[in-house]
Design a protein around this ligand. Structure first.
Ligand SMILES: Nc1ncnc2c1ncn2[C@@H]1O[C@H](COP(=O)(O)OP(=O)(O)O)[C@@H](O)[C@H]1O
Ligand SMILES: [Mg+2]
Length: 146
């Protein structure tokens, strides 16, 4: 595994932006981590990396936020915290977001739908180490651009 520690939220945003630039559209990125780990901070940086300038906040109540990217792709940012299980996610139409080849799909609380995650899902875990320190565990084969 590829383990990286960040020491500020800005560092996590910058890392996420680089990861975004390293991926192709169609990517599904599952962000595992407790409340306050930094999933939304990561998502904000990821959006910046795709060239999205709109403010990004957690779609806890709306479940999904859609952002157009400058290159014509979409970013779907989903927060499944309030979704009980896969059946509820399917009723909500989660597959439309997971399988859109013209979009990046970022998931907070992917543990709600373990059986629905496509096999090629990129799994990232964020752990709270200390006040400003977080440990990100990325797939070992992930190549991150500068
Ligand atoms: N290194 C770091 N990386 C990410 N967030 C950090 C870091 N250090 C402190 N934080 C703070 O942790 C909180 C993370 O919140 P958030 O991203 O909303 O968490 P989550 O979406 O996982 O519940 C923010 O208040 C952020 O400023
Ligand atoms: Mg969040």
């Amino acid at each position: 595994m590829n383990v990286i520690e960040t020491h500020s939220y800005e560092e996590t945003e910058l890392l996420a932006a680089r990861i975004a630039r390293s991926l192709n559209k169609g990517a599904v990125i599952a962000l595992f981590g407790d409340l306050g780990a930094g999933k939304t901070v990561f998502s904000r940086g990821f959006a910046r990396g795709l060239g999205i300038t709109e403010p990004v906040s957690s779609p806890t109540f709306t479940i999904v936020q859609e952002y157009p990217c400058p290159d014509g792709a979409m970013l779907y940012h989903l927060d499944l915290y309030r979704i009980d299980n896969s059946d509820a996610a399917l009723a909500f139409g989660v597959d439309e977001f997971l399988y859109d080849k013209n979009a990046y799909c970022l998931l907070e609380w992917p543990e709600r739908i373990p059986d629905l995650l496509p096999p090629e899902t990129i799994r990232i875990t964020i752990e709270h180490i200390a006040e400003e320190c977080r440990r990100l565990t990325l797939p070992s084969d992930m190549k991150i651009q500068d």
